[in-house]
Write a protein that binds this ligand. Sequence first.
Ligand code: IMO
Ligand code: MG
Length: 433
Amino acid sequence: MSVTCVFGMQWGDEGKGRVVDLLAAQSDIVVRYQGGANAGHTVVVGEERYVLHLLPSGAIQPRTLNVIGNGVVVDPWTLVREVDELEARGVRIQGRLKVSDRAHVVLPYHKRMDVALETLRGADALGTTSRGIGPAYGDKMRRAGLRTADLLKPGRFEPLLRGNLAAWNAILDRAGLEPVDVAAEVAAMTEIAGRLRPLVADTTALLGDAWRAGRRILLEGAQGFALDVDHGSYPYVTSSSTGPSGVSAGTGLPPRALDRVVGIVKAYTTRVGAGPFPTLDTGLAGRHMAQRGHEFGATTGRPRACGWFDGVVARRAVATQGVDAAALMKLDVLSGLPELQVCVAYELDGRRLDAPPAWAGDWETCRPVYETWPGWEEDLGAVRRFEDLPAAARRYVRALQDLMGTRVEMISVGAERERFIALPGGVPDEVAA
Ligand code: IMO
Ligand code: MG
């Protein structure tokens, strides 16, 4: 299959970077199509641990071309730092990176605005990553954004910036924050533009040509389905279309270019930031997941809240995004829990719901309907074949596969590249749930 999309099916942090790194070994081009530096994708190679925020996780593989598509909001300073850091660690990026000339730019003022808007929301704050994502997409959608193409034309970005800041400075003032100094912002942009210039290209044309030539293209989603601006727990979401539905808009590839969609899902659920989380477990099990799974945000370092597998969310992701196969991550983390709960539906005001409710307030008060599965004691780190998993683990995976309605074709049992079980065709039928 030549064009594959990998995306998260929960609230982010599913392990997308790890799967992208694996699949990138058989890809020519790896592409980010949405989100920005709010992402934190971790790839572990031997003793080395890489955390990528803007570069596609495929960058760690030596031969891929890496593309940041038009749908991404690019913080040029973060991008340049990431490139420099990887180069310093011996990962060659120069000559292997292209940034869309249509991608919108995240400026320092967007980050200040992100903080200001959160402050003004008070108790209703979303818990954003403070990376300027909402304000940058906001400027884009109200047609006042700055794109990388503008950044390269000095006469172009200054008036745009002045126009925007006139309005934003009033809001910063209300939040008790310093106004943005236009001259300083212009100077900073002029400086960074020089670094960006050699990277900027018409990536739409580049990707279209590559697709028609049959090159292998891997599309890397950031965040996850439940954070999708349309399908997620709005307003406790990010500002982009996180799944394959965002690929065409965010790259210029036609929707029918996609050959295969791989949904990434953790064997339990985590969340950072505010908003609904019906399967949250604040007891022993949640602490077990947090500790064994090292559940701390790769971008902000915030502890991730942990809980049981939410089948309502995963099923909705499969149904709306057209998933061909699922990769089930961090199964090893569940070892040692005597019993595992799996949320098969929600209950709201005495009614059973098979899909998440539209209103976040309802979603927040939903009670999970659980099925209970026996756990297992064995450490899974050394298991490389599905048959070698403990029977209880095989049944658990089967139950999740049935619940999601898509085949589980990969299982991760540890952070290192090789700690992986390949399962072409999914869990066989003879494994009873
Ligand atoms: P990866 O790609 C987990 C969450 C934030 C907040 C909400 C809005 O590593 O899975 P934003 O800064 O996007 O405006 O924040 O979205 N969030 C993520 N949570 N993983 C991510 O990325 C996230 N990116 C944003 O915590 O709740
Ligand atoms: Mg992350």
